[in-house]
Design a protein. Sequence first.
Length: 323
Amino acid sequence: MRYSLLAAAVAVAGVSAATYPNPLGCSGSCFTHDPSVVLRGDGTYFLYSSLDLLSIRTSKSLEGPWAEIGSVIKNKSVIDMDGNDVLWAPDVSLIDDLYYCLYAVSVSGSQTSAIGYATSSTMEPGSWTDQGMILESSPSSPYNCIDPNLIRGNGTNEFYILWGSYWEDIYQARTAIESTYVYPSGNQKQIAYNTPDNGFYMEGAFMYHHSGYYYLFLSVGHCCDYDPLPANGTEYHVNVCRSTSPTGPFVDDTGLACTEGGGKTILASHGDVYAPGGQGIFHDPKYGDVMYYHYLNKSVSVNYPDSKFGWNIINWENGWPTL
Ligand SMILES: *[C@@H]1O[C@H](CO)[C@@H](O)[C@H](O)[C@H]1NC(C)=O
Ligand SMILES: *[C@@H]1O[C@H](CO)[C@@H](O)[C@H](O)[C@H]1NC(C)=O
Ligand SMILES: *[C@@H]1O[C@H](CO)[C@@H](O)[C@H](O)[C@H]1NC(C)=O
Ligand SMILES: *[C@@H]1O[C@H](CO)[C@@H](O)[C@H](O)[C@H]1NC(C)=O
């Protein structure tokens, strides 16, 4: 979610050969960054975004028209930390009749960050209760506590939180949930990493279970500040690794470990689309598995406030997602 501390660009062969589809359209209020999409039982789509205390948009279809109807948090998060009146990277899931919205508190360039959460039974603005902190990081942590994602494992009360980060990339902790209480209950573990020399930092992890595999989707490269533009190919793009276990080890389609810089690229800049990332996946009753993300339109602007909601249908080919 945050921009790179290292403006030093690295020469990279890039990810140019593949072709990628254009996003399948958005009308109405289409700003998003680090989106989270949830389809409520009554057929209403909810789109959550970074900024504005986690803005909420709703629509009767993925194409829109989207309308902004409020925010998850009022005034500021109960977490007492710089950035608690902005908030980043909502991750909303329904678990046993209650919606959990994980979010990050931070400011750009700071490793003093926290992951908090709010709960609601309806997802409507005003219905959310801010429950406070789950995890925090400081300059002595190996990671930065941003970009949370919650996934259910296979056992009783087996959940995992993923998070991170320009600092040693993606971490995970086993997590338990008791009613409105979410707490890490296991060791923290690095599940994806690229050496700083490679320049390809990873953020925005999102895990999705499909046909016996846990797929780890990653936003890789430079985020958010594109003035000046980083070297072609080093801006945000989406990679995926997989494992038969939610705890890994995760590998890409060539067998390269995700902790050694592995990752199959499934979406990158193309045409007008620049720096797609902040992705999530959900199963839509009409379209099947859908990947949604934010992107910038190079013909319009590469400024953060112009980040736009994009989505495509996932095709599973030989055990790997393609768009
Ligand atoms: C939240 O902000 C509103 C004004 O926007 C103010 O009236 C209210 O007192 C604030 N609430 C808290 C708990 O700070
Ligand atoms: C879930 O657990 C059951 C019973 O232990 C096992 O048979 C099954 O293969 C597991 N599924 C996954 C996806 O791990
Ligand atoms: C980067 O790519 C764009 C088009 O995709 C091209 O116009 C530009 O020249 C490239 N810049 C460099 C430095 O390769
Ligand atoms: C980018 O913006 C141009 C100009 O508004 C528009 O014609 C084009 O469809 C947009 N492309 C995408 C992928 O949003």
